[in-house]
Design a protein around this ligand. Structure first.
Ligand SMILES: Cc1ncc(COP(=O)(O)O)c(C=O)c1O
Length: 400
C-alpha cells in the first residue's frame, strides 16, 4: 500500500481544496471503530457526519449491498422495481399520518431542492403565480446547491456565491413572533430543522414546531421539515418532529437512510405531492434498486434493533457525563441536544480539541467555531460512551 505521507500529499495536491481535512487516511471500519493507514484505531463519534447509524460495515448492510450488486444494480426511473416500491411503501408507513409520496435522490441538498421546487409549484397552482417565497431560519443549514445555499441562514457559506436564488427570507430560529411577521400572502413554505445541527446543535422550545404548524395551517404555507441530520432515530425517535407531536407537509431525509450509500428522499402529503407530475422533476440515480435495497436493510435493522430507543438512552448517559465534566473543566459550557445529536458549547475554539481527541483515538467534530459535536453511531454502548467521556476528560485536562 502507498505510504501515509504520500497519500496525504496526493490528497492535498489533487483533491479540490474544499475541505479542511484531518491528517489521517482511513482504510477500514467495523462497528464503532475505524482504522487509519498506519494501523491506528479510533472510536468514531462522528458517524461520518451522522451517516452510519448502524455503525461501519454492519453485516446486514454489507449483505444487502452484496446481494443487490449481483441482482440488479441500476435501471432508469422509467421502470418500476420490486425493492424501490418496497422501500417507498415502508417509508410511507413509517412517517405516520396520512399517506403520501416519496421522491428519491442522492443527498440531503437534493432532497431539499426537491422540496423547494415542490413548494413553489404547489403554491403557484393552488394560490397564485407570485406565491413562491420560503421563510427559513438564521443559523440553519440546508445544503450547498445554489437554492439550498440560499435557504441556508449562514452568510459564511453564501459569501462569494451571490447572486443567490431569489425568494428566501430568514428569521431567528425558535422565534414564533418573527416567523408570524415574516409569513405573508407570498409565502409558499416554511423550511426548518427540528434541531439545528450544523448551526451548533440548537434544540428549540417544545412549542416551536407546534407553533409553526399552526402558522402554516392559518396561512396555507407548507411546513417543510429538514430531517436530513436529525432523522433515522438519531434524536431518540425515528423522526425528530415526533417529539413535538406535529406532522409536516413535506419532509426531507438523507444521511443515515442507507447507512453510507448515497441517498436522499423527499416525502410529501398526497394532496401536496400531486403538484409534481410526470416530467416535472427527476434524478438519474434516485432510488435505484441498489440503494433502495440498502435503505430497506438499514430501516429494517434500525427498527428491529430498537436503535432510536437506544439513542435516547445513550444520549442521556453522554449528556449526563458531559455535564459531570463541567465542574472540572471551566471551558465546557452548555451541553445541549437530543438523543445522539449532542453539542457542547466551549469557551475556546473547538478545532484544537478535535485534533487532540483524534490523537487520543477519538473522532469528534465541531459545529461552528466553538461547539463540539458528538454524533456516534446509534449502536453505541455504555462502555464506548464512558471511554469517549474519559478521553474528553483527559484531553480537556491536558489542553486547558
Ligand atoms: C439539516 C441538513 N440539511 C441538509 C444537509 C445537506 O446534506 P448533503 O450534504 O447530503 O447534501 C445537511 C448536511 O449536513 C444537513 O445537516
Amino acid at each position: 500500500m502507498t505510504d501515509t505521507r504520500t497519500l496525504l500529499e496526493w490528497s492535498a495536491r489533487y483533491h479540490a481544496n474544499t475541505y479542511g481535512r484531518a491528517p489521517i487516511c482511513l482504510v477500514r471500519g467495523e462497528g464503532l471503530r475505524v482504522w487509519d493507514s498506519d494501523g491506528r484505531e479510533y472510536l468514531d463519534f462522528t458517524s461520518g457526519l451522522a451517516v452510519v447509524a448502524l455503525g461501519h460495515c454492519h453485516p446486514r448492510v454489507t449483505g444487502a449491498i452484496q446481494e443487490a450488486a449481483g441482482t440488479l444494480l441500476h435501471v432508469s426511473n422509467l421502470f418500476g422495481t420490486v425493492v424501490g416500491s418496497e422501500v417507498a411503501a415502508t417509508l410511507d408507513r413509517l412517517i405516520g399520518g396520512p399517506s403520501g409520496r416519496v421522491f428519491f435522490c442522492n443527498s440531503g441538498a437534493e432532497a431539499n431542492e426537491a422540496a423547494l421546487k415542490l413548494a413553489r409549484k404547489y403554491a403557484k397552482e393552488r394560490f397564485s403565480s407570485d406565491r413562491y417565497e420560503v421563510v427559513a431560519t438564521r443559523n440553519s443549514f440546508h445544503g450547498r446547491t445554489l437554492a439550498t445555499l440560499s435557504a441556508t441562514g449562514q452568510e459564511k457559506y453564501q459569501h462569494g456565491f451571490e447572486p443567490l436564488v431569489a425568494g428566501f427570507k430568514h428569521v431567528p430560529y425558535d422565534d414564533l413572533g418573527a416567523m408570524e411577521r415574516a409569513i405573508d400572502s407570498r409565502t409558499a413554505a416554511v423550511l426548518v430543522e427540528p434541531i439545528q445541527g450544523e448551526g451548533g446543535v440548537h434544540v428549540p422550545d417544545e412549542g416551536y414546531l407546534p407553533g409553526l404548524r399552526k402558522l402554516c395551517d392559518e396561512s396555507g404555507a407548507l411546513l417543510i421539515v429538514d430531517e436530513v441530520q436529525t432523522g433515522m432515530g438519531r434524536t431518540g425517535t425515528l423522526w425528530a418532529y415526533e417529539h413535538a407531536g406535529v406532522e409536516p407537509d413535506v419532509m426531507t431525509v438523507a444521511k443515515a437512510l442507507a447507512n453510507g450509500v448515497p441517498i436522499g428522499a423527499m416525502l410529501a402529503r398526497e394532496s401536496v405531492a400531486t403538484a409534481l407530475g410526470p416530467g416535472t422533476h427527476a434524478s438519474t440515480f434516485g432510488g435505484t434498486p441498489f440503494v433502495a435495497s440498502v435503505a430497506l436493510a438499514t430501516l429494517t435493522t434500525l427498527l428491529e434493533e430498537k436503535l432510536p430507543e437506544r439513542a435516547a438512552r445513550m444520549g442521556r448517559r453522554l449528556m449526563d457525563g458531559l455535564r459531570g465534566l463541567q465542574s472540572r473543566h471551566p471551558s465546557l459550557g452548555e451541553v445541549r441536544g437530543r438523543g445522539l445529536l449532542i453539542g457542547v458549547e466551549l469557551a475556546r475554539p473547538a478545532a484544537p480539541l478535535v485534533a487532540a481527541c483524534r490523537d487520543q483515538g477519538l473522532l469528534v467534530h465541531s459545529a461552528g467555531e466553538q461547539v463540539l459535536r458528538l454524533a456516534p453511531p446509534l449502536i453505541v454502548d455504555e462502555a464506548a460512551c464512558d471511554s469517549a467521556l474519559a478521553t474528553l476528560d483527559r484531553v480537556l485536562g491536558a489542553t486547558a
